[in-house]
Ligand binder design. Structure first.
Ligand SMILES: O=C(O)CCC(=O)C(=O)O
Length: 330
C-alpha cells in the first residue's frame, strides 16, 4: 500500500478529472535530463536490425525478445516513481520505444485508437507518451481529439487507422500537442490520436508505457485474419505480454500462444461500427446529455477535492491549537 499525503491526493483527483473529461493530460518534468539520456542509450544499445531498417517503428514489433524485455524493464523503472505518485496502485504494463527516422514523409501516423487491453466497462488503460527530444509539428509531435474517448470503441486490435468515412470529419477536431523532452502526455487508449511525420534532421524517439487500473487483467484480442479480421479471440494474458513473443504472426498462430498462462475467454465480432455525424458532433461538442453525465461525475470529483481541502485545513488548525495550548500551559 502506497501512502499519499493530502496535497498529493488533490493532485491525483484533479488529474483524474482532466482524464475523465478530456481523455488526456500533460505532466511537466516527468523525466529528468539524466533519465532522458539513459533511455536514449537504452534505445540505441543493441538496436535490432528489424527495427533499425524501418523509417517508422515501435520496438514491441521486433522479433528480438531480449531487447524488448530490456526496453520494457528500463521504461518501467524510469517511469515508476512518477506513476506511483500520480496513479497509486496502477499496474505498469508494457513499455516500448516509438521512433521516426529523419526527413521521412511516410512516418506520418493516421487517426487511430490503441489496442483494447482491459475490460473497459470496469477498468482504465492509458498510454504515457514521453518524447526524448522536443517535438513539434515539424518532427512528429502527436495530435489528438479531446473527448473522443467518450465515443464508442472503433477498434479492438488497435494501431489500424479508423475508417475513411470518419477521417474527414474527425480531422476538424484534431489539436497538435507540441512538447518538451521529458514531459509526459497521458491519454486514454480509446482517445483518437495521430502524429505528424518527422521532417527534421534528427530522429524522433519517444518512450511509452501502458498503465492499467489496479486488479485489471490484460486482454489480448487475437484477430482471425491479420489484415481484415472478422472476429477476435479474446485471451487473458500475462502483464507485459507484448514484450514476450518472437513475432506476432508466427507465435500467435502456434501452441506457444495458447500456453497455460494465456486463457481464451471467448470471441467477439469485428463489428463495423457506424457513427452518425450527429453522434460525433454531439460527443465532441458536449451534447446536453453527455454534459449532464460529465457534470455529475465532475461534481463528485470536485466534492472529494473540497473534502480533502477541508480535512487538510482542519489538520493544520488542530496543529495550531495544540501549539497554542502548549504555550498557554507553559
Ligand atoms: O509516437 C507516435 O508518433 C504515435 C504514438 C501512439 O500512437 C501511441 O503511443 O499510442
Amino acid at each position: 500500500m502506497i501512502s499519499i499525503n493530502k496535497t498529493q491526493q488533490i493532485k491525483i483527483k484533479e488529474l483524474e478529472q482532466k482524464l475523465e473529461v478530456d481523455g488526456y493530460a500533460i505532466i511537466d518534468n516527468f523525466l529528468t535530463q539524466q533519465q532522458i539520456e539513459h533511455l536514449t542509450e537504452v534505445y540505441y544499445n543493441g538496436l535490432p536490425e528489424d527495427l533499425s531498417q524501418k523509417s517508422w517503428m515501435y520496438s514491441t514489433g521486433s522479433s528480438d525478445v531480449p531487447y524488448k524485455r530490456k526496453v520494457g524493464f528500463a521504461i518501467r523503472e524510469n517511469f515508476r516513481n512518477q506513476i506511483n505518485s500520480l496513479f497509486p496502485e496502477y499496474k505498469l504494463n508494457y513499455g516500448f520505444f516509438l521512433n521516426k527516422k529523419p526527413q521521412k514523409k511516410d512516418t506520418e501516423l493516421g487517426i487511430h485508437q490503441d489496442a483494447f487491453i482491459v475490460d473497459e466497462k470496469q477498468f482504465k488503460a492509458y498510454h504515457v507518451w514521453c518524447p526524448l527530444i522536443n517535438v513539434d509539428e515539424n518532427n512528429g509531435c502527436l495530435k489528438l481529439i479531446p473527448k473522443s474517448h467518450h465515443l464508442r470503441r472503433f477498434l479492438k486490435s488497435g494501431n489500424t487507422s479508423i475508417d475513411d468515412r470518419y477521417v474527414k470529419i474527425m480531422r476538424n477536431y484534431l489539436i497538435s500537442v507540441p512538447m518538451n523532452a521529458g514531459q509526459a502526455l497521458i491519454f486514454n487508449q480509446r482517445l483518437l490520436h495521430a502524429s505528424f511525420p518527422n521532417m527534421s534532421k534528427i530522429e524522433r524517439i519517444a518512450a511509452v508505457l501502458a498503465i492499467t487500473s489496479p486488479k485489471s487483467t490484460f486482454l489480448y484480442h487475437h484477430p482471425d485474419d491479420p489484415v481484415s479480421p472478422t472476429e477476435f479471440e479474446v485471451f487473458e494474458v500475462e502483464d507485459h505480454f507484448f514484450e514476450n513473443f518472437v513475432s506476432m504472426g508466427k507465435d500467435l498462430d502456434n501452441q506457444f500462444f495458447k500456453s497455460a498462462k494465456r486463457k481464451s475467454i471467448g470471441t467477439t465480432k469485428n463489428e463495423c461500427i457506424s457513427f452518425t455525424k450527429r453522434e460525433i458532433l454531439e460527443t465532441l461538442n458536449d451534447d446536453p446529455e453527455n454534459k449532464d453525465l460529465l457534470f455529475l461525475k465532475n461534481i463528485k470529483i470536485t466534492f472529494k477535492i473540497v473534502v480533502l481541502n477541508i480535512e487538510e485545513q482542519l489538520f493544520d488548525l488542530k496543529g495550531m491549537i495544540k501549539k497554542l495550548l502548549k504555550g498557554i500551559i507553559k
